[in-house]
Design a protein around this ligand. Structure first.
Ligand code: PCP
Length: 406
């Protein structure tokens, strides 16, 4: 009989910091190096990305603040792209781009490689998918509705990563707290089902919910979306901000056509102020047609929180100052230069000269910044809002090829 001291199958912060989530072959390596008297080896290790999931052309690096906390009090130096940096896995010359560099005694951080990669691969996958959705949504409102698909222990990280990627709001209380924003959402079907009547539910929402919460009526619970949208508009009139269509797949048919129809019927009745909000199975491939059909706001869940992780790896490229990269990786400590104009990266040996950008001729600057020095976090962690702005400012430089696999 398993003694359930823990209520949930999750690791504590202490477990993560102490390297308890590492892979056993690292703790064995630690023991072997110790026994062989090789614990003083100084290494340079770099984190790079293999090809991105589904042929994505670029990625968004996130989870960096958690990596800083992971390496705090560990006597190593860590350089990194700032959180929210959009990067291509390969530079202008086809070299893998070091996204993060760790330097120090290998023995001091070998058990942290696994948690570090986990923090970056998971969060960056979600932020990248979110930025792809942001790109197609343009200035429309996009809300993260996906934490119900994932282990609740991760809700703060999931919603933070979606927000950093460009989402306008998140639905979970814990996630909203993490980004210092109010949680955002509409109403669930259960409110209408339990109150046994749509109009009663819409009016009850309007009566009891604070004024600053948009009045979005859910209009697909029991009958046709067009008729329910008209009913909601006629019952709440100017107080109604929008109608949400979360049409079940069995009834969805041509969703864009349905949205157009609802838009027409609302407008000819003078309800132009009532926005159309859609949710259920949305991603960067389905949103463009729905936006064109008249949808103003999108609730996106599974496709973001269940986004593929990025395939990041850490590789030792120098041992005691000697070139040491394994096959498939490039030896020696490197410098990632970043073009200040087109944001392309150029990888050079660490002692190389500053290059000009071969793509646009622009000035380049150091892409990576010092994050941890001798175990001390030497960089103020920007607020999620600031990191989100950083992503939005770069996004116009990065195309989205919707013919990729998705
Ligand atoms: C879910 C909820 C979220 C939607 C689905 C996320 O709908 O409304 O907005 O969908 P996705 O994960 O496919 O992107 P339900 O569980 O049907 O409805 P309710 O709103 O009643 O919880």
């Amino acid at each position: 009989m398993i003694e359930m001291s823990k209520k949930f199958h999750i690791s504590s912060e202490e477990d993560i910091k102490s390297g308890k989530t590492t892979d056993v072959y690292f703790s064995r390596t630690e023991r072997i190096l110790e026994a062989e008297g090789e614990s003083d080896r100084e290494v340079v290790a770099e984190v790079t990305s293999g090809s991105l999931p589904n042929g994505w052309p670029w990625g968004v690096l996130s989870g960096v603040d958690e990596v800083a906390n992971l390496f705090e009090d560990v006597p190593v130096n860590v350089w990194t792209f700032p959180e929210g940096t959009i990067f291509r896995p390969y530079d202008v010359n086809g070299y893998r781009v070091p996204l993060m560099i760790i330097e120090g005694k290998y023995q001091n951080f070998l058990s942290l490689e696994t948690p570090m990669l986990g923090l970056l691969c998971h969060s960056s996958g979600i932020s990248t998918k979110s930025a792809r959705v942001r790109k197609v949504a343009g200035d429309k409102n996009i809300l993260a509705f996906g934490i119900r698909r994932m282990h609740p222990a991760l809700a703060p990280m999931l919603d933070r990563a979606a927000f950093i990627g460009g989402f306008d709001g998140v639905s979970s209380l814990a996630g909203a707290e993490e980004i210092d924003r109010d949680p955002m959402g509409t109403m669930p079907h259960s409110l209408i089902i339990v109150l046994r009547d749509q109009i009663k539910a819409w009016k009850a929402f309007d009566k009891h919910i604070p004024e600053d919460v948009p009045r979005i009526a859910l209009v697909d619970t029991y009958s046709d979306e067009k008729m329910e949208s008209i009913k909601a508009s006629e019952s709440l009139k100017e107080r109604l901000d929008g109608v949400r269509l979360d049409t079940p797949s069995s009834r969805r048919g041509d969703f864009a056509e349905l949205i157009r129809e609802v838009r027409w019927e609302l407008d000819i009745r003078g309800f132009e102020h009532v926005d159309i909000v859609v949710s259920g199975g949305l991603d960067e491939y389905s949103i463009p047609a729905l936006k064109e059909a008249g949808a103003e706001s999108f609730g996106v869940g599974t496709s973001v929180t269940n986004a593929p992780v990025l395939d990041l790896s850490m590789d030792i490229v120098e041992v005691d100052g000697e070139l040491a990269a394994k096959r498939g990786k490039l030896g020696g400590k490197k410098k990632t230069w970043r073009c200040e104009k087109c944001l392309e990266n150029i990888v050079k040996p660490a002692d190389g000269d500053r290059p000009n950008c071969p793509i646009c001729g622009g000035e380049t600057g150091p892409g990576l910044e010092l994050l941890v020095e001798g175990g001390e976090i030497v960089k103020d962690m920007p607020a999620p809002e600031v990191i989100r702005d950083r992503v939005l400012n770069q996004l116009e430089n990065f195309e989205l090829d919707l013919d990729d696999e998705g």
